[in-house]
Design a protein around this ligand. Structure first.
Ligand SMILES: [Zn+2]
Length: 608
């Protein structure tokens, strides 16, 4: 369950475009809980009875049946896989419902407890039981006779999972999960009082867009000092996590956690060295562009030196972009935009609206951030976000729509669970979403904005994507260091961070703020919650910019290829999915110069 986040830049540590799970609700009102029966379950169960519950005594019966069932032929195995898939879709959807409810209403103790009960009690049992099924599958002689097209990737993933599974790691992962909760609680409890109101750090970020430089500085320093007040605690949490993770890797027979996680995350098509080559390609191609962008910013702002609080204000001192009035305006305009991109995608969007699968507006008690979660049994998407009438909300909605379109296109193929959304290579799941986020900008003029504001929105998106490459390289390179030097001290870690940060940073100066720079990594949620989950954004951004480049030259061809690739679900390898989308596979020195050229040209075009 990885809430994700993409963003960047000074002060923008908390990003919230998703990556991971998901589930929705029909006609949900505070206090009602998730009314699951309201959703159309058009895919009938063939294996599970209608009344099965999400409790271990009930769930364990199906594990027992599946692990005890004799498999005497390849058709037995195919039937077994389909039954297991139906069971897994049920488990996934139940988990998602609990997750969605807990994020829609964080102040409802019942929802919090239901989700915690799942992670504390049910999930560890499920992991162990899943392993029994994996072993059964791996030892079946009929495995090699399964149809290749739909099973090759799934087969590799299952064998990988058997290879790295260690029972003693289940307990360590539980401890990790509990530290994750402590991290989230620590971050969530951080507030500051600014202009007479208590505000979360996330709420403070809007003041970094204030034209008045003194206000920005005051807001930045206040936020920063609040975060620094917990830096020792956060350091301790991270140190414990690194130790646990290092032990998990060694338990599984690897030299370090990095080498373990590459296998664990099914990275079949790239290696740590490819990531290191990516860091270098970003340093050579994107860092110079990032610094050009900053020089332009410095000139426009008329300041001698950029400071961390100068990085998000509009350099032309315009008021914040105002794309819509309320959630219904956001939906109506997004519908127009998607309609201009493609008729079929537009139909999917309308279906989401009519089924009430969007929870868009910020409200009290709602968790921060945004995500798209798939309801695995209903095979429908659910979008959660916190819209506040900002340009970023438009991009976030279109991003999550990209994930939703993926869910719908796989649904059209009737793909079973092992070939669908829950098992997508994450690198490609984010191609689906980031592509939609970027190409939708071609249609903002006349929908969300006038011509000038649409250009400004696209300028910000293009520059944010340059900065995203540099931030992905920073976060990823830092993790390579952390987990290949597991015995480091906290001082060494801070030094390694500053060195990495400086290698990829823009032109903002930290004189007198060295302390805050040294602890900046602590606000990057992924480092704590989802280790090594970051390079995926760099790979996906490479692919998404490829889709956008194609879209600017031939919209019809680009969208057909995009949809075709999404329809394949998790039946193909990453390089094959890239190829289906009309993209060259790779994210290193061969790709980065061309992408930097495209971005540089677009930035020039949008800034006129
Ligand atoms: Zn995403």
């Amino acid at each position: 369950m990885t809430e994700t986040s993409r963003k960047i830049g000074s002060g923008q540590f908390y990003f919230s475009r998703r990556i991971s799970i998901a589930i929705p609700s029909r006609i949900w009102r505070p206090g009602m809980g998730f009314n699951y029966t309201g959703l159309p379950h058009e895919f009938k169960r063939n294996y599970l009875p209608p009344a099965v519950t999400f409790d271990w005594p009930d769930v364990s019966k199906f594990y027992d049946e599946l692990s005890g069932r004799p498999i005497g032929s390849v058709s037995d195995l195919e039937k077994w896989l389909l039954d297991e898939a139906e069971f897994n879709a049920f488990l996934h959807e139940q988990r998602s419902v609990r997750y969605i409810n807990s994020t829609r209403q964080t102040d409802n103790p019942e929802f919090t407890k239901a989700y915690e009960d799942y992670t504390e009690h049910l999930e560890p049992k499920i992991k162990l039981a899943d392993f029994e099924l994996l072993k059964k599958y791996a030892s079946s002689p009929h495995r090699s006779l399964l149809p290749r097209a739909s099973h090759t990737l799934d087969d590799k993933r299952r064998l990988n999972a058997v290879r790295v599974f260690r029972e003693q790691n289940v307990e360590l992962e539980k401890q990790e999960s509990s530290l994750s909760q402590t991290y989230l609680r620590t971050m969530g409890a951080m507030t500051v009082n600014f202009r007479g109101q208590d505000r979360t750090l996330q709420q403070m970020s809007k003041f970094y867009e204030e034209p008045d430089r003194a206000v920005r500085e005051q807001a930045w320093r206040l936020t920063d000092s609040r975060a620094l007040a917990d830096s020792t605690k956060l350091d301790e949490i991270y140190t414990k996590m690194v130790k646990l993770r290092d032990a998990e890797g060694r338990n599984a027979g690897f030299d370090n956690y990095r080498d373990y996680i590459f296998v664990r995350k099914d990275r079949f098509d790239y290696t740590p060295d490819d990531c290191i080559a990516f860091h270098k390609a970003v340093e050579d191609n994107m860092v110079p562009l990032s610094r050009e962008i900053d020089r332009l910013r410095r000139e426009k702002l008329g300041v001698e030196e950029l400071r961390p609080w100068d990085m998000r204000v509009d350099p032309d001192s315009g008021p914040p972009l105002s794309p819509f009035e309320d959630a219904s305006g956001l939906v109506a305009k997004a519908k127009q935009v998607v309609g201009q991109v493609d008729g079929q995608l537009s139909g999917f969007f309308e279906r989401m609206v009519s089924l009430d699968l969007l929870d868009l507006e910020s409200r009290k008690g709602k968790a921060p951030g945004g995500y798209q979660e798939e309801l695995a049994e209903a095979k429908l998407p659910f979008i959660f976000m916190n819209a506040a009438r900002r340009d970023d909300d438009v991009r976030t909605l279109l991003h999550e729509c990209g994930h939703s379109f993926h869910t719908f296109l796989m649904r059209e193929q009737g793909l079973p669970y092992y070939n669908d959304g829950a098992n997508l290579p994450l690198e490609f799941a984010e191609v689906a979403s980031i592509s939609m986020e970027i190409i939708s900008g071609e249609h903002y003029a006349g929908t969300f904005y006038n011509e000038a504001d649409a250009r400004r929105s696209n300028f910000e998106e293009a520059t944010a994507n340059v900065k995203l490459f540099t931030w992905v390289a920073t976060v990823d390179a830092f993790q390579h260091w952390v987990y290949t030097h597991p015995e480091h001290t906290t001082e060494e870690r801070a030094q390694a961070w500053v060195k990495t940060f400086s290698r990829f940073s823009g032109l903002e100066g930290y004189d007198g703020l060295e302390w805050s720079r040294a602890f900046r990594w602590q606000r990057q949620l992924h480092l704590f919650e989802v280790p090594f989950y970051y390079i995926e954004y760099g790979i996906a951004l490479t692919g998404a910019l490829g889709v956008w480049t194609r879209y600017r030259r031939n919209r019809g061809d680009a969208i057909e290829a995009y949809k075709g690739a999404l329809s394949l679900g998790a039946t193909r390898s990453l390089p094959d999915l890239f190829a289906a989308a009309g993209l060259r596979w790779g994210f290193g020195p061969a790709e980065m110069p061309g992408l930097a050229g495209e971005l540089r040209a677009a930035i020039r075009e949008y800034s006129n």
